[in-house]
Design a protein around this ligand. Structure first.
Ligand SMILES: [Ca+2]
Length: 170
């Protein structure tokens, strides 16, 4: 869904998410490259239609482009029970550690739904949903454990390098 902005560049929609199920408006992130710089802009808009997009997924890249859908389903199903989540096992089932660094970064970029460069607590809680809409939200306790495991520099969020380290340790 390209659109034009005041810089004259074409904007590419790179992310979208809704604040809660079926709620509107959703936040949309557009990315533009102007003179070698990448600009991200957040637009608050209404979700065009549930059939063309869904919260937490990218319009131009989906998780199944990187990880086989069968592996995602297996990983989601393994942690259906509340407070059963274990990120090492989750990444292992996904085969994430065996993937290229580039693929792991692609995964991170999808999980970073607002393209802030970090997985903040709300994105950590929705990590399994970032892989599949069938995934459940992590409990507060599970999210806290995952955040503490990933957040090496103590800024309260997970950056791309922290995420690739977390995968490498799994
Ligand atoms: Ca983020």
């Amino acid at each position: 869904m390209p659109r034009f902005n005041e810089w004259g560049g074409r904007e590419r929609q790179v992310g979208a998410r809704a604040s809660s199920q079926n709620s509107e408006p959703a936040a949309w992130v557009y990315k533009t490259r102007v003179g070698g710089d990448t600009h991200h802009r957040l637009w608050i808009t209404h979700r065009p239609s549930a059939s063309t997009t869904s919260p937490g997924t990218l319009s131009n890249m989906s998780m199944t482009d990187v990880i086989p859908a069968a592996d995602i389903a297996k990983a989601i199903n393994a942690f259906k029970a509340v407070d059963s989540f274990n990120h090492k096992k989750f990444f292992e089932i996904l085969g994430l550690k065996k993937r290229s660094l580039d693929d792991v970064k692609k995964v991170f970029n999808i999980l970073d739904a607002d393209c802030s460069g970090f997985m903040e607590l709300d994105e950590v809680k929705c990590m399994m949903q970032g892989f599949s809409k069938e995934g459940r939200t992590l409990s507060d306790e599970e999210a806290k454990i995952l955040l503490v495991a990933g957040d090496k520099d103590g800024d309260g969020k997970i950056g791309v390098d922290e995420f690739t380290s977390l995968v490498a340790e799994s």
